[in-house]
Write a protein that binds this ligand. Structure first.
Ligand code: SIN
Ligand code: CO
Length: 382
């Protein structure tokens, strides 16, 4: 997969980041000129037969707000009798499933790995789309095949009102202030909460390179859960001031200060907090089913060629450790490793992955990789 030198036309990455990223939409004509779709429509429809593909089929029937939503996997015969128009097949995490699609993430290699979510791909028959909606994260919508008309409203939606009693999240009122038809290779960047409405003009495919923005609520919940597990049940309140100026009718200040201290103590240890975040943010979107874990060793899997790489972008992260060591966050685990692993880990995480030739000279490194492969954290592409 040939990654274009620039994804932002005449803008540099720095200009894009300072003027548009998280701020305002950007349409780039010919962002990926000469884009060669690695997954043409027939191959894409076939992908939805796979158990491990997260596929959804949305059909828009006649009548107002008459949507039908179905979850995959889908049998091949499902697509032989579809209407000529007004339906969409969407598959999430296609970067996990198709190496050439995963390579496309190279186009956003200026973003931290943990901020990337997945590449979702849609195929739509003429008139197909998923309705006007907002997403809570930044997205790069790359037109991969055919034409799609995108209408957007450039003012972020504060409190969305959705159409009631339907299975899909569609804005009840949407008014566009921009309107474009995208051709293959064109890209529309949208910051979070920009209302958008895409409709296929003829059959088309759109690749959504989506980011992650964890909610404070989710992250706090996960951190507190871990804090609860670590907390000493015998560490209790004690009140040295009782009898002096303690409040009899109410709580008084002491217990409030004690609770505040407990929370502060917990966040004061930045390294512990970093480890917790690494644990939370490197977790896969869904855990691999035990039955589908590889039965071979990594050496066996790579013997016939191919390369090993993280299952998804945020699943293996690397940080500086103490005294020249490195710290890995791998699918929710914190692992201290030797600094000599660095070039290989960089190739694994930031580059194209590792081949057989990268293994064999550091046995401890090979063991680590083999373990991560056995757990489904790493995958082998052929
Ligand atoms: C689509 O591809 O149909 C929808 C993508 C999106 O709106 O994020
Ligand atoms: Co969207």
């Amino acid at each position: 997969m040939q990654i274009p030198d620039s994804f932002f036309g005449s803008l540099t990455v720095e200009q894009f980041l300072s003027e548009y990223w998280q701020k305002k939409p950007l349409l780039v004509r010919g962002a990926w000129s000469g884009f060669d779709n690695p997954l043409p429509p027939a191959a894409f429809l076939k992908l939805s037969e796979r158990e491990d593909a997260m596929s959804r089929l949305m059909v828009q029937h006649e009548g107002e707000h008459n949507w039908e939503l179905d979850e995959g996997p889908f049998e091949a015969s499902r697509f032989t009798n579809m209407p000529d128009s007004h339906w969409t097949l969407l598959i999430q995490e296609v970067d996990r499933l198709v190496p050439a699609v995963r390579d496309m993430l190279g186009v956003v290699d200026f973003l931290p790995k943990w901020r990337l979510d997945d590449i979702m791909i849609s195929y739509a028959a003429n008139g197909g789309g998923v309705g006007a909606h907002i997403d809570n994260y930044d997205v790069f919508l790359l037109q991969a095949h055919g034409r799609r008309r995108w209408q957007i409203n450039t003012s972020p939606v504060q409190d969305e009102v959705l159409i009631e009693d339907i299975d899909v999240s569609i804005l009840a009122d949407f008014e566009a202030d921009r309107d474009w038809v995208l051709e293959p290779g064109d890209m529309l960047y949208l910051p979070p909460r920009i209302a958008h409405y895409g409709v296929a003009e003829g059959e088309c495919m759109t690749f959504s390179i989506g980011c992650r923005a964890p909610s404070k609520k989710d992250v706090l919940g996960a951190i507190l859960e871990q804090a609860l597990m670590d907390a000493d049940p015998d560490d209790r309140y004690a009140d040295p001031l009782l009898g002096q100026d303690a409040s009899i009718a109410g709580l008084g200040e002491d217990v409030v200060a004690w609770a505040a201290g407990a929370l502060k103590e917990f966040t004061a240890d930045r390294e512990a907090l970093r480890d917790m975040l690494g644990t939370i943010l490197s977790q896969p979107r869904r855990w691999v089913d035990e039955d589908t874990l590889p039965q071979d060793t990594l050496a066996e899997a790579l013997a016939a060629g191919g390369r090993v790489r993280p299952g998804s972008s945020s699943q293996v992260l690397m940080e500086e450790g103490e005294g020249g060591s490195l710290k890995l966050f791998a699918a929710g685990e914190v692992i201290e490793v030797d600094g000599v692993f660095r070039p290989k880990l960089e190739k694994l995480i930031l580059d194209s992955g590792l081949t057989n030739e990268d293994l064999g000279d550091i046995p401890e490194f090979d063991d680590l990789l083999d373990e991560l492969y056995g757990q489904g954290t790493l995958m082998v592409d052929h």
